[in-house]
Design a protein around this ligand. Structure first.
Ligand code: GTP
Ligand code: MG
Length: 302
């Protein structure tokens, strides 16, 4: 058997469990996860390497219909992942409210003409067991192979069996695509910004986190006695600022301490984290800010 390597795109509705699946497969927290739909904004890559090959999983934002602003970017990102991947996984969750939504994903992925499989997520949800068969049939009706997973299942045999199946879907390749020691190609700075954004979802409620962006202002990697990170939480409405900060800055402190804990786990050492909150009116309509935040596609830059 020859060496295989390629990009495997994760496509699904918002909240289907794509990012959770990515983290589960590569056994690292690469992509942020929250209970709210539309968490992932940019494609996030996680790498699994073995002697037989390498899979670069590409977690995409959930499918949304929009052509402008931040949602326009999300929808193009997902489209790009479909186009640029070597093979695709249609991610459908047993707790999807509308079964048409699952079918849309399966149709979209199977129409790509690329090797694909259907993944039924959240299979641990007791009250949704009947959905597994329905989704399995839907996938098989479109000539795909169906697999079920639960991120709560820590049995590494199941995980490895899935990885071996997925590797078979990758093209033959003379060499790995990335250094086999890496679990993600993303810069630490970008992962840190995402961790802070995840904590904003956790500690700030209603629609506010959807309009939050994070910018790393300064990352002093070699500071003594520990790295120093200065980050900005950007809100889009003036009245969101006091909400994010909270009374006596209590909320901001919670965000900061939860984020610091995860960042320390990521880089394996203590860090100093300084957070400030700034208001930038409807930043998602500002081309320059969108570009700085990386919410612009490569071919649109400049
Ligand atoms: N019970 C259970 N919950 C899960 C499982 N996988 C994901 N979830 C939960 O589903 C929610 C959404 O998970 P995400 O991984 O953020 O979903 P996503 O598809 O990446 O969502 P977007 O980035 O918004 O498109 C979170 O609350 C997860 O904890 C699973 O296997 N079992
Ligand atoms: Mg996600």
């Amino acid at each position: 058997m020859g060496y295989r390597a390629g990009f495997l795109g994760l496509i699904g509705q918002p909240n289907a469990g794509k990012s959770t699946l990515l983290n589960y497969l590569v056994r690292e927290k690469v992509s942020i996860v929250t209970a709210k739909p539309q968490t992932t904004r940019r494609r996030v890559m996680g790498i699994w390497s073995t002697e037989a090959g390498q899979i670069v999983f590409v977690d995409a934002p959930g499918l949304v219909k929009a052509d402008k602003g931040l949602n326009g970017f999300l929808s193009q990102e997902a489209e790009d992942v479909i186009k640029q991947s070597d093979a695709l996984l249609a991610i459908v969750s047993v707790d999807e409210k509308n079964s048409d939504d699952a079918e849309k994903v399966i149709k979209l992925v199977s129409a790509s003409g690329k090797p694909w499989a259907g993944i039924i997520t959240k299979s641990d949800l007791e009250e949704k067991q009947h959905r597994i068969m329905i989704l399995k049939r839907m996938i098989e009706d479109h000539k795909g192979r169906a697999f079920q997973v639960s991120a709560k299942d820590l049995d590494s045999d199941n995980r490895e069996a899935l990885l071996i199946e997925f590797l078979e879907m990758m093209p033959l390749s003379p060499a790995p695509l990335y250094d086999v020691e890496l679990f993600t190609p993303h810069r630490t700075k970008d992962l840190v910004a995402e961790i802070i954004r995840e904590k904003c979802f956790e500690f700030v409620h209603q629609e506010i986190p959807f309009n939050i962006a994070i910018r790393i202002i300064k990352y002093e990697e070699n500071a003594v006695p520990c790295p120093k990170i200065y980050a900005e939480i950007i809100v889009a409405k003036e009245n969101h600022k006091p909400i994010v900060i909270g009374k006596g800055a209590a909320n901001l402190k919670q965000i900061g301490s939860a984020a610091r804990k995860d960042i320390e786990e990521l880089i394996g050492q203590k860090v100093f984290l300084d957070l400030i909150v700034n208001f930038k009116a409807d930043w998602f309509n500002n081309k320059r800010i969108m570009q700085e935040l990386g919410y612009v596609r490569d071919n649109e830059e400049g």
